[in-house]
Design a protein around this ligand. Structure first.
Ligand SMILES: NC(=O)c1ccc[n+]([C@@H]2O[C@H](COP(=O)([O-])OP(=O)(O)OC[C@H]3O[C@@H](n4cnc5c(N)ncnc54)[C@H](OP(=O)(O)O)[C@@H]3O)[C@@H](O)[C@H]2O)c1
Length: 279
């Protein structure tokens, strides 16, 4: 269902929507949903073949400009290189969807340090730098916005995904703070917080899908809820009733309690957690 056009709407036809991590999952669904809304697109990820396939899927049905940009966004300086590529191609971005990200499941000190450092750069540094580089043009035009893909993990510590949950806590806090800074300029910022969603996320981070007893949402539903929230000017959106109820309930108990409970849920099967050696 299309919403009224406005400079800050996800439907606005003016500039392009830049989607990071558009090669699969939630990012690819954002691309499909925004193409239906008539948005020109800039699709970014490492898998150029998948981005080209998505472009071919979207292009015939719509007379849109769709640009594919192959980039590893976990590398130092990636945001600046992407901004330069956008300039060179004459792409003006008025909707930035910072979606690229990954998690890792396991004991913090046993997960490879370089993988966790890569996560910090992708989930936090590149997201922040891209926002910094693309926001001024939106402020000048007094329209457009940023959708940052956070997570329900942003509202509580998550043992065995401690770094991932901390990166998402950053994303929600940063997005909600920035949303208030730019509101008067007609620019929107949304922290979109899905719970477990059926994508490649689980394979990439070696998570178990059975740790999500409530089942997994479809990425299409997550994206539709996100675009509705963005158009409605919300600064945070938790997708799905059960996730909303859980985040609400977490506010009623101590943070330590939520951490202990999450530790029970996400503890890798058969793990020696150190307590046996203290007995
Ligand atoms: N699925 C869930 O349960 C869930 C829940 C809450 C939040 N999220 C968040 O949702 C976002 C999207 O994840 P998803 O669930 O759709 O998982 P996904 O299917 O694994 O998609 C991840 C996307 O990020 C891209 N990406 C990964 N590393 C990259 C890099 N170094 N440079 C550029 N792009 C990179 C991947 O593309 P390439 O591999 O081609 O580079 C892919 O397009 C993430 O921020 C994730 O944290 C997911």
């Amino acid at each position: 269902m299309s919403a009224p056009l406005s400079p800050s709407s996800a439907n606005s036809p003016a500039g392009s929507a830049l989607i990071t991590g558009a090669s699969s999952g939630i990012g690819a669904c954002f691309a499909r949903a925004l193409a239906v809304r008539g948005r020109n697109l800039a699709l970014v990820a490492r898998s150029k073949d998948k981005l080209e396939a998505l472009k071919s899927e979207l292009a015939p049905g719509h007379s849109l400009r769709i640009e594919v940009i192959e980039q590893d966004l976990s590398l130092e300086g990636a945001a600046q290189r992407l901004a330069t590529a956008l300039d060179e191609r004459g792409i003006a971005v008025d909707l930035l969807v910072n979606n690229a990200g990954f998690g890792a499941h396991g004991q913090f000190w046993k997960l490879p340090l370089d993988r966790q450092a890569e996560m910090l750069r992708l989930n936090i540094a590149t997201l922040t730098e891209l926002t910094y580089l693309l926001l001024p043009a939106m402020l000048e035009r007094r329209g457009g916005g940023v959708i940052n893909i956070s997570s329900t993990a942003s509202f509580q510590p998550v043992p065995y995904s401690s770094v991932y949950a901390a990166t998402k806590a950053y994303v929600t806090s940063f997005s909600m703070g920035l949303a208030e800074e730019v509101r008067g300029y007609g620019v929107k910022v949304l922290a979109l917080c899905p719970g477990g969603t059926a994508t490649n996320f689980f394979e990439a981070g070696k998570f178990s899908k059975t740790d999500f007893p409530g089942g997994l949402a479809s990425p299409e539903d997550v994206v539709e809820a996100g675009l509705r929230a963005f158009d409605g000017g919300r600064s945070v959106a938790i997708t799905g009733f059960i996730n909303q109820a859980m985040v609400f309930a977490e506010r009623l108990v101590s943070r330590r309690f939520t951490a202990v409970q999450a530790g029970r849920t996400f503890r890798p099967k058969g793990l020696d957690d150190g307590t046996r050696s203290n007995e």
